[in-house]
Design a protein around this ligand. Sequence first.
Ligand SMILES: Nc1ncnc2c1ncn2[C@@H]1O[C@H](COP(=O)(O)OP(=O)(O)OP(=O)(O)O)[C@@H](O)[C@H]1O
Length: 290
Amino acid sequence: MHLTITNLNKTYGNGVHALKDVNLTINQGMFGLLGPNGAGKSSLMRTIATLQEPDSGEIFLGDINVLTQKDEIRKTLGYLPQEFGVYPKVSALNLLNHIAVLKGITNSSERKNVVEALLQKTNLWDARKKNLGGYSGGMKQRFGIAQALLANPKLIIVDEPTAGLDPAERNRFLNLLSELGENTVVILSTHIVEDVKELCSDMAVFNKGEVLFKGSPDEALNGIAGKVWTKRIKKDELSEYKANFKVISEKLIAGNPVINVLADQNPDGTFSAIDADLEDVYFSKIFLQS
Ligand SMILES: Nc1ncnc2c1ncn2[C@@H]1O[C@H](COP(=O)(O)OP(=O)(O)OP(=O)(O)O)[C@@H](O)[C@H]1O
């Protein structure tokens, strides 16, 4: 089963064209949708999750028409939205049980088994009776995954799940995600390149409502192999380099900018070649779009 998105468009009332003729086929496994803030990732995720309507286009999960068979898709969807609100005065155990009822798991002994297994899986068992208001950000996100996994979804959408997590919680969360996937379409929307690098067998770079690249991380890297050059420069040289070269990224190291430039050959003989990483792919696609 795969998810197919065809010619999807959305313009909001304020004139922002958030999805521009988006075409994507997403196979089972972990798919990374990588793009900066405002790229349109959440618009795409919400549309797939049947929470908003596109202006035009089609989405199919296998032979389910997502846009017209909303009840069908909702039965098989697990969704962790970007802003996942919890009821602060309810325990994880009670809320998960309640959501399980809403998801149609009506048999109480089956529900008990499912809820308890998910609390174990997300490492929240010891804190299951604690009110969610006392959970850390990472624990809330793990609870978010637990509720997304109720009722064995075939399609799981997680929207920017690691933003704001500390490194230990982020690792814990990514490990949890890595256990999903084989028989499920999992879409991980993120602006964090490392998340995609660590988890995803397939990915897209998305910006300004457009798909700029689609393929495996290896294909993405092969596309720019040998074309990324680096140099440490002085601060006041930055604008000149930007005017003359394709500066795809700049970062300060010990107070001085280090720039990465995209070029077929050493731009002026003074740069060093580097092994491109996924961040270079991401920045180069976005650079070449503008
Ligand atoms: N309901 C809305 N009404 C008007 N404009 C919107 C609405 N939702 C999103 N936008 C605009 O559409 C564009 C895409 O937003 P979207 O939230 O989909 O991006 P994103 O990639 O998820 O970014 P972020 O991580 O910042 O949420 C942005 O310019 C945003 O301001």
